[in-house]
Design a protein around this ligand. Structure first.
Ligand code: FAD
Length: 255
């Protein structure tokens, strides 16, 4: 495995652990605003852009070029935003990974439930997580639950996860293969993966998996994948501030 791989938290005993958050770490990147500029300028400058490309590879930041980046974003010239790379380490429940992996413009590697015993770490919604769904398909709103609903979600999630993990453990203890025993585990068990994207594919992901006022094409994502998207967005904004600003200024439309 890569020397950059983070070590997931492993519970000391095989008793279920419950979390209400997600982990997103930037483990590797080569992503600068200047990557966008040299790629775009080859259009009009050809080989004269080679110095800029080399400087970008050395990590030089763009000192000017906000105007060009904004023009590219506004007119949806997308390919200059592909000459960069970010690798994120993510821990989240499997129901989030299932949504994540619909985004084909990314590369994924996930831990295996066949080659390792899964850790008993399960997602339970935080008390602040909205629980009631109102509206119509494609434009739902989510409102706070009553105290009774919150208690029910918490209790039922913990009970079902604990019971499922006990069944998993019982099968493993009886010599059943991991790939068979895991079939009883619920979607709220955590998994871990590396996701590698470029800025263009990340913008497509963010446009669909965050809900923001003032976007040209509003989206209504599940809150838990939005929690991952928000952390990825913050990390990307630090790497490519001009590109990030242009994305926001142009309605968060992926170019
Ligand atoms: C709020 C929300 C609700 C959703 N609900 C459902 C649901 O109920 N059921 C369901 O199945 N999915 C659902 N999805 C998943 C959704 O349909 C997309 O699969 C997902 O958002 C990935 O988007 P994408 O295809 O743009 O991303 P990527 O796969 O990363 O593709 C990026 C872009 O590349 C191009 N592209 C990629 N592959 C192809 C291809 N084969 N042919 C042509 N162009 C391609 C397209 O321009 C695409 O926009 C939902 C997504 C969201 C955000």
């Amino acid at each position: 495995m890569s020397e950059t791989e983070a070590t997931p938290a492993v519970p000391s005993a095989k008793t279920p652990e419950f979390r209400s958050d997600v982990t997103v770490e930037l483990v590797r990147s080569s992503a600068h605003d200047s990557d966008v500029l040299f790629a775009a300028r080859v259009s009009t400058m050809g080989e004269l852009t080679l110095d800029g490309a080399q400087a970008s590879a050395d990590g030089a930041q763009a000192t000017k070029g906000a105007g060009l980046i904004n023009y590219l974003m506004r007119d949806r010239h997308g390919s200059p935003f592909e000459h960069n790379s970010m690798t994120f380490y993510v821990q989240a429940p499997i129901f989030v990974f299932r949504e994540f992996m619909r985004h084909r413009m990314a590369s994924y590697n996930e831990e295996s439930g066949r080659y390792r015993e899964l850790n008993p770490v399960f997602y339970v919604p935080a008390p602040t997580r909205n629980l009631q769904q109102v509206g119509k398909p494609g434009a739902y709103d989510f409102l706070p639950g009553t105290p009774e609903q919150s208690a029910l979600v918490d209790e039922a999630t913990r009970a079902a996860s604990t019971q499922a993990f006990e069944a998993y453990q019982r099968m493993l203890d009886a010599g059943i293969a991991r790939e068979v025993a895991r079939i009883v585990l619920p979607l709220n068990i955590y998994s871990s993966m590396y996701v590698t994207v470029n800025a263009r594919s990340l913008m497509n992901f963010l446009s669909l998996r965050t809900k923001r006022e003032g976007t040209h094409f509003p989206s209504f994502p599940q809150r838990e994948i939005e929690m991952c998207a928000e952390k990825m967005e913050d990390l990307w904004a630090e790497l490519m501030p001009l590109t990030y600003a242009a994305f926001g200024a142009n309605g968060r439309v992926a170019p």
